[in-house]
Write a protein that binds this ligand. Sequence first.
Ligand code: S0N
Length: 294
Amino acid sequence: SPSSYARVHGEVSRAPARWRRIATVAKEELREVKYEKSEGEGIARITIDRPEKRNAFTPRTVMEMTWCFADAREDPAVGVVVLRGEGPLAFCSGGDQSVRSAAGGYVGADGIPRLNVLDLQMQIRRLPKPVIASVAGYAVGGGHILHMVCDLTIAADNAVFGQTGPKVGSFDAGYGSTQMARLIGQKRAHEMWFLARLYDAQTALSWGLVNTVVPLDQLEDETLVWCREILRNSPTALRVLKSALNAAEDGQAGIQQLGGDATLLFYQSEEGNEGRQAYMDKRAPDFSRFKRLP
Ligand code: S0N
């Protein structure tokens, strides 16, 4: 007999679905972001390109950044990624308030409200290559959070940092709060969010919010030097260290990332391959030659 739910709502259809196969997922042209790779060097550079809005991001800007970060991740020639804003006035001023809607997010051309910058934050954290924020001018609101989720921040001496959320009716209770408290401590994180003040580059440096401060005209050169120094180092060591440094904060997802790195290394070992080879040869694996180290 039908359930009480079915009596009220009717039976749920069990008809087969009509599947439409999507053979390609076309990437669109970049309109709000510039994406570059340094020839023969392994540096990818993503530039938010809306200087007239102090590089505020729309859902489209975030999508474009997501595509670029995905490309940088997949390209084995890329060893380090730089995120920056176009022009000297702003790294990023957060979500574009002119497209924020009461419907629950920022609305793009398709009319759908999104908070997709949260996915971008996770993508940066989980990208197994160093990501450097190169900050000139304002890094405020969601733009401030973007620099915080990057692995390193190089600031120009004109950089200005802060959260405006409580003034403009927004907040980030995710990384924007937890990562900030990890970086600068609970008291300062409370101050930064509660008072919504702006802080200069030297204050940010003294708080541990950025790694170094350089004159504005040296920002690009200094960022390149840091990239090149990193690129000399072991990519596997960098990958595992990034996972390890993020693991506790990221909980199970952090352990998954670190665990995935362990699997990746194990798959490259003779011991790991003995198991696979034995399965393929239809024989019992012989692990007797592998040491059980203390
Ligand atoms: C950056 C500021 C301090 C720069 O001041 P300055 O140099 O005096 O320039 P302005 O004349 O103010 O600005 C120049 C033009 O740019 C426009 N503009 C600047 N910022 C934005 C913006 N964020 N949105 C839309 N337009 C912006 C100005 O309007 C101006 O245009 P014209 O010339 O046409 O008048 C100063 O500009 C400033 O304070 N900006 C606003 C900063 C801000 O409040 N940002 C939003 C904060 N909130 C978020 O970012 C939340 C986003 C987020 O990360 C998040 C996280 C978790 C969950 C949800 C979210 C979420 O997405 O909401």
